[in-house]
Design a protein around this ligand. Structure first.
Ligand code: ADP
Ligand code: MG
Length: 383
């Protein structure tokens, strides 16, 4: 999905009021009736209709007909706009550059502040992939169902923000968190590339130990990453050290399935090292003994996060959503796995299948370079 910076430029304060009214109405209406939008915005009826028309033209909202009543819903673009405007008002971001990543459930952009310092903007897109399956589970969203994608995307960002902050404050190798608004996070741009794109390292054994030590360090602090794989581990260009990203699925070591999550993280690393670097070690962390080691429990980061305002209920809703989407994906993943396993003996074959890691690496760099020249050209206007 493209972030259209032009949309951000031209909007009047009345249009902004109408857009905000649509967002507010979305909290309990899948389609927000025009009359409700007028009421919330506190503007004259005729004026509101005109503004609705121009907002719809820019795809910030979408007109929905053929329901019980005519109305509008906020689009991803509209939600992006509201979040970026908030970030820009707080001077966290000033301009938007190139997209450097399209995750399954996020879009990643290079942005810059007023001084031109580059950062990363992550827009959470939960609900983009398999919301249809989730929606069929009627109880799932309860009253919130109508605003599900917005609600889940915001929860994802809030949780990621809470964890990234705490981890950063406790010296974990994670990007510096800068700001958060709605479904967006602004963080430090790492001069680093995903482990996935790296075909050679000086010492696989050393990197392997570093990553396993990180898993242990997380666990000693009461946490499990939950998606600790070659896509979410970046390798710094300067030091060759690992940086961990992507936290919406982190769980506590006191979670009922903690051991299973822990083992999955450990297995991801073992499998990747076996395939990519032909490196295998008999040494890897075990959940129970890790928790009994000296040093375990010194910090209970999961408790601190729970106290930081991210409610148990929200945590649960997000967790169910993430597990639910994963389960849906897992079926197809399994097939890919076994195909990969057969083709495995050569890494290049695997890479050929997925588009080639060299190409991915190269294009990423180009993106990054282009982004560097691009950011200043699309500044976000202040009004
Ligand atoms: P998703 O939840 O969609 O997997 P991630 O947070 O894992 O999103 O980010 C997706 C990709 O974007 C990463 O694999 C990485 O290439 C890039 N990326 C994300 N955050 C940063 C960052 N702070 N610095 C540099 N690259 C990043
Ligand atoms: Mg990721």
């Amino acid at each position: 999905m493209k972030l259209d910076v032009n949309d951000i430029r031209y909007i009047t304060s009345e249009e902004f009021r109408v857009l905000t009214a649509v967002e507010m109405g979305s909290k309990n209406h899948e389609v927000v009736p025009s009359s409700l939008i007028t009421q919330i915005s506190g503007l004259r009826n005729g004026g509101v209709n005109k503004h609705l028309g121009s907002l719809a033209k820019r795809n910030l909202i979408a007109r929905v007909q053929n329901t019980k009543y005519d109305g509008y819903r906020l689009t991803y673009g509209g939600y992006d706009y509201l979040a970026m405007r908030a970030l820009s008002k707080r001077n966290s971001i000033h301009s938007v550059g190139n997209q450097i990543g399209v995750g399954k459930e996020s879009d990643i952009y290079v942005v810059a502040d007023e001084e031109g310092k580059q950062m990363v903007l992550k827009l959470h897109r939960l609900g983009r992939t398999s919301f249809r399956t989730i929606k069929t589970n009627r109880d799932y969203m309860g009253k919130r169902k109508s605003a599900s994608w917005m609600y889940m995307s915001r929860l994802g960002a809030q949780k990621e923000w809470a964890f990234m902050k705490i981890l950063y404050e406790h010296g974990f190798p994670v990007p510096k968190p800068i700001d958060q608004a709605r479904h967006c996070i602004v963080m430090e741009l790492m001069d680093a590339f995903p482990l996935r794109q790296i075909n050679e390292v000086a010492s696989p054994g050393q990197l392997y130990s570093e990553l396993m030590d990180l898993i242990v360090r997380f666990a000693h602090s009461g946490l499990i990453h939950g998606d600790f794989n070659e896509f979410n581990i970046l390798i710094r260009e300067d030091t060759g050290k690992a940086v961990v990203i992507d936290f919406p699925q982190m769980v506590s070591t006191s979670h009922e399935n903690a051991e299973w999550y822990f083992n999955r993280d450990v297995e991801c690393i073992r499998t990747f090292f076996r395939r990519r670097f032909r490196y295998e070690s008999a040494i890897y962390p075990k959940f129970r003994s890790t928790l009994n080691e000296p040093g375990a429990g010194d910090f209970q980061l999961d408790v601190i996060v729970a106290a930081s305002g991210f409610s148990k209920q929200d945590m649960k809703a997000l967790e169910e959503y993430i597990e639910n989407t994963r389960e849906n994906e897992d079926g197809s993943d399994d097939d890919e796995e076994s195909e990969e396993e057969e083709a495995d003996e050569s890494v290049s074959e695997e890479d050929a299948e997925t588009g080639g890691s060299e190409a991915a690496d190269g294009s990423d760099r180009t993106d990054r370079e282009e982004a560097a020249g691009d950011v200043s050209s699309s500044s976000i206007p202040q009004d």
